[in-house]
Design a protein around this ligand. Sequence first.
Ligand SMILES: [Zn+2]
Ligand SMILES: [Zn+2]
Length: 234
Amino acid sequence: MLAYCDLHIHSCLSPCANDEMTPWNLVGMAKVKGLDVIALTDHNCALNVPAAMAAGKTYGVEVIPGMEMTTREEVHLLAYFPDMESALDFSREVDAHLPDIANRETLFGNQIIVNLQDEPCGKVPKLLLNATDLTLDEACALTRKYHGINVPAHINRGGNGMLGVLGLMPPPPEYPVVEVAERIACPESAVKGRFVLHSSDAHRLEDISERGFTLDVAEVSARAVFDLLRNKMG
Ligand SMILES: [Zn+2]
Ligand SMILES: [Zn+2]
């Protein structure tokens, strides 16, 4: 079966995302757009995953718990998890690897945590945009510890894409699944032998993907999409 997916979406927890990107708003927008499975991937924090999953249950959108972490090399690395608890445990560990630098809201934006009803209930004090002190290898090992999988984000996008940062992609079988930003050129050699995802990396409601990118899964569920990606990991 084909599942319409957008596996890279930020909420109001990410300072660079619009405050209107509350979990319930973004899941509702995914529903309006006809998406089946989405992933919430805030920068270096998964604290809005519970609200997104609650919204997903109500709206009938499957939500994969995730994160977009920043490695020591400044590579953006997506992490997907099989369940909420694993994502939250992982998030606690990642927090300990972020530098103790406070967010300056006027400069970087708000880092809003919401409760299950989508009401603001706190803010993350540390700036989530900083790089963790975890190398790529350490970040992948930590993800595996919590039964998660890693997908390098927007590999072909200058700043924090793996290709731009490292200058080349580590050859397969490393990173068998990658995210490629559409509308930006990507050398064929970077994706050869790899499974490619296209997602929105939405920071605003209107940027969430239209019904377009699909994955062929056994059933239309977050778990089935996660399992498909995990199988691609070999
Ligand atoms: Zn990114
Ligand atoms: Zn992103």
